[in-house]
Ligand binder design. Sequence first.
Ligand code: URA
Length: 244
Amino acid sequence: MIRLNRFIALAGVASRRQADLLIQQGKVNVNGRIVSELGFQVNPETDSVTVNGRRLTAVTRVEHWILHKPPGYLTTVRDPLGRPTVMDLLPQLNLRVYPVGRLDYDTSGLLFFTNDGDLAFALTHPRHLVEKVYLATVKGIPTIDKLRKLAAGIILEDGLTAPAKIGIASVKSGNAIVKLTIHEGRKRQVKRMMAAVGHPVLQLQRIALGPLELGDLPVGAWRQPTQAELLELEKLKQYSEKEK
Ligand code: URA
C-alpha cells in the first residue's frame, strides 16, 4: 500500500504537494468514490485511481538507465536556458528518473539514472567508496613520478585528494591516455588533478561507475542494467542500509 499522493506523483501527473491539493479539492476518485482524506492509502496493483475523470497508472516500478553521454549535453533534468540536457537522450518515459552524480558538459561516458533514491544515495555517499573509472586524454606524457604523486593524493584548492589508481593506458601523437580510478566525486576532479601536475585534460570519458561498465555502448545510446549488474546494485544498497 502507498499513500494516494505518492501514487499520483508516480503517475507523473503532479508533485505530492499538488496531489494533496487535488485530493482536498475532491478531484480524486478511488474505485469510484471521491477521496478527500490526505494520507489515504491505495494498493497500486489493484485500486483504480482517477483524477478529473482520467484513470492513472502509477509507475511504481524502479527504473534504471545507463546512458553513454556524448559531450555537449548538460547533466541536469531541466535547463532554464533551453540547452540540450542528458534527459533529451533518454526514451520518453512517463516517469521521473534522475542522473546519479554528474559529468561535465564536455565529458562523455557512463551516466546512470534511477528513480530509486536509496540506490542513488548508496552510489554517491563518500563513505561507500564507489569507484569511478575515467580515461583522460592529457596534454603530454606524465612521468612516473607525477603518476605516483597523483596516486598518493595531491593538494587541490579544496584539499588533499584520496589515494587513486592511475596508469598510462596508451600514447597517441605525443599525448597520453591516462586511466584513473577515483572514489571521490568532487567538481571537475579529474581535470583539476591532471592540471595540477601540468597535464591538462584534452578529452575525458567515464568508463565505469561501481559495478556498471560502459563497454561498447555507442555514444548517445542507452541500455538497462543486466541482471548481474542489478544484483551488484542491490548489494550496494543493502550495505548502505545496514550502515544507517
Ligand atoms: N572529473 C572531471 O573533471 N569532470 C567530469 O565530468 C568528471 C570527473
